[in-house]
Ligand binder design. Structure first.
Ligand code: B12
Ligand code: SF4
Length: 465
């Protein structure tokens, strides 16, 4: 049994590409179980999936999809079927809406939730006769008459240390851009790896979709993480590392231990960042100092809103502005680059609330500000609120991209055009002010990546007319 694991390309505005660590984990588990496995990432391949499968046949093609990429996943499934492969789809969207996909002719199976064990058991089952799949937790399938069956859910694996490390060697690593948008340029030859040190998050931000990793926090032991980190630095030649946990600093003591371990093991020579962001209320000055010593280069924080009511009652972020200010202050004092995430257009937002968000971004003045228009994903409180009281514009899952420059929904008392205007304005006011422009003009990166920078600028000026 030969398996190809596939990720579609995200066709939304984003000049960066990162490895798909979920597929890395699945490949690690399959290889560990003795199955020949490879990874095809549409974002970086130079041959089409059709060409790949013509060149080299695979028995099983497994395709991953978050909600905005489900159409591409279905298109890939069709190609795989044309090549006679068994198709299995998995990932966030399949976990939320398995029926929609399993009902399609080109999709043979769907895996819900974390799937390291599900996939290995599935491949084992296909290898044996008679075919027995009813016992495989987390698997959805259909019989010859098209009747759909959902096997019982697989519970979250409490022992992440037991999982084989992701099969990092299967990624064409020098084709991925670096992880440091806008600051160090998009090094096309960076060896940028990502690492997952914990899974899940107990907070309940209303826009956040956690169909895979869930509402509990499961941490790998510090020793286990350091072993993988050492492999990335010493065996795989990482030039930078991104921590992609939902909330890597939930346990402040463990976060500090991890930093101390990186320092002691001299792994701090390779810079690292927090991709998904940290939670401000689990930080202190010592953590940022240790992170800096441990090689961290940039920290990101979910700030979300500058309006107290929106932050507390609509976003439900469970943090205060004092904590936000303290985190930025401490991170800057430790000489870390900072990044802030801000959302525009949550239900009930007005010009005044969004203006407060822009004001807060200007006040915090992170090195990078990432402004997003609220995107409701199925399975979130935001999704339910919009379904109940508003109107979703998306005609198709593909319209739900996070980095879209259009409002995703109508909500009583909220003007979607105003949301788009305030969002564009936020970018303009943040990035195109004298202090910033001077910083940009004097940065080597601006000149190294001039065409991309011009495109960025056009995007914010032209689209907002
Ligand atoms: C790191 C990250 C990124 C990185 C890396 C992308 C990647 N695909 O790994 C970047 C920044 C590039 C990114 C981009 C995007 N992301 Co993102 N990302 C994450 C984040 C924070 C961690 C992902 C991770 O490493 N998880 C840990 C691994 C082990 O889990 P996993 O990848 O889900 O894989 C497991 C299962 O899903 C399953 N599985 C996955 N694929 C398959 C395939 C098969 C065949 C099978 C059987 C099983 C299976 O098994 C895996 C192992 O257990 C998650 C939040 C989260 N914790 O899930 C969001 C998240 C997955 N991203 C999300 C989104 C929307 C996107 C974008 C579409 C954003 C956009 N541009 O609009 C793009 C899509 C890019 C892409 N091609 O996937 C959403 C998805 C929501 C949804 N309903 O689908 C999430 C959940 C964030 C959120 N809370 O809203 N992302
Ligand atoms: S946004 Fe971050 S803190 Fe909030 S629930 Fe999601 S992972 Fe947790």
């Amino acid at each position: 049994m030969k398996i190809l694991l596939v990720s579609p390309e995200a066709r939304v505005w984003n000049s960066r590409t990162h490895i798909h660590n979920g597929l890395g984990y699945l490949a690690g588990a399959l290889l560990h179980a003795g199955y020949a496995t490879d990874i095809y990432d549409g974002a970086v391949e130079d041959e089409s999936l059709d060409a790949r499968l013509t060149r080299e046949p695979f028995d099983i093609v497994g395709i991953s999809a978050p909600t905005p990429l489900i159409n591409e996943a279905w298109a890939y499934a069709r190609i795989a079927k044309e090549h006679g492969a068994i198709t299995i789809l998995g990932g966030p969207h399949l976990t939320l809406m398995p029926d929609e996909s399993i009902g399609r002719a080109d999709v043979d199976f769907v895996a819900r939730g974390e799937a390291e064990e599900t996939l290995v058991e599935f491949v084992e089952a296909l290898n044996s006769t008679p075919l027995q799949i009813q016992h495989i937790r987390g698997l959805s399938w259909k019989d010859a008459d098209g009747k759909i069956f959902h096997n019982v859910d697989r519970s979250l694996n409490p022992n992440l240390d037991a999982l084989p490390f992701p099969a990092y060697h299967l990624f064409k690593i020098d084709r991925y851009t670096n992880l440091q948008p806008l600051t160090d340029g998009l090094d096309k030859h960076a060896r940028s790896y990502t690492i997952v040190t914990s899974r899940g998050c107990p907070y309940k931000c209303t826009y956040c979709s956690k169909p895979i990793t869930g509402d509990t926090w499961r941490a790998r032991s510090v020793e286990n993480v350091l072993r993988e980190w050492k492999m990335l630095v010493e065996d795989l030649g990482a030039t930078e590392i991104g921590v992609t946990d939902d909330i890597w600093n939930l346990d402040l003591k463990r976060a500090k231990e991890l930093c101390r371990g990186l320092i002691e093991m001299k792994l701090n020579r390779v810079p690292w960042i927090t991709v998904h962001g940290m939670k401000v209320n689990h930080t202190d000055a010592e953590l940022f100092r240790l992170m800096k010593q441990a090689g961290a280069k940039r920290v990101g924080f979910g700030v979300e809103s500058g309006d107290e009511e929106i932050l507390k009652r609509v976003v439900k972020k469970s943090q205060t502005f004092e904590q936000v200010r303290a985190a930025f202050k401490n991170a800057k004092a430790a000489r870390l680059q900072t990044m802030g995430f801000f959302i525009y257009g949550m239900p009930g937002e007005t010009e005044a609330t969004m203006e407060k968000t822009t004001q807060l971004a200007l006040e915090l003045d992170p090195d990078l500000a990432h402004f997003m228009i609220a995107a409701p994903y199925p399975g979130t409180v935001l999704w339910d609120t919009v379904q109940r009281q508003g109107k979703l514009y998306a005609k198709d899952w593909g319209d739900l991209a996070i980095q879209s420059d259009h409002a995703h929904f109508d909500f009583p008392g909220m003007d979607p055009q105003l949301v788009e205007r305030k969002w564009h304005e936020a970018y303009r006011r943040f990035y195109f002010r004298p202090k910033r422009l001077w910083k940009r003009a004097t940065s080597l990166d601006t000149w190294k990546n001039l065409p991309e920078r011009v495109k960025d600028a056009q995007r914010f000026f032209v689209a907002s007319q």
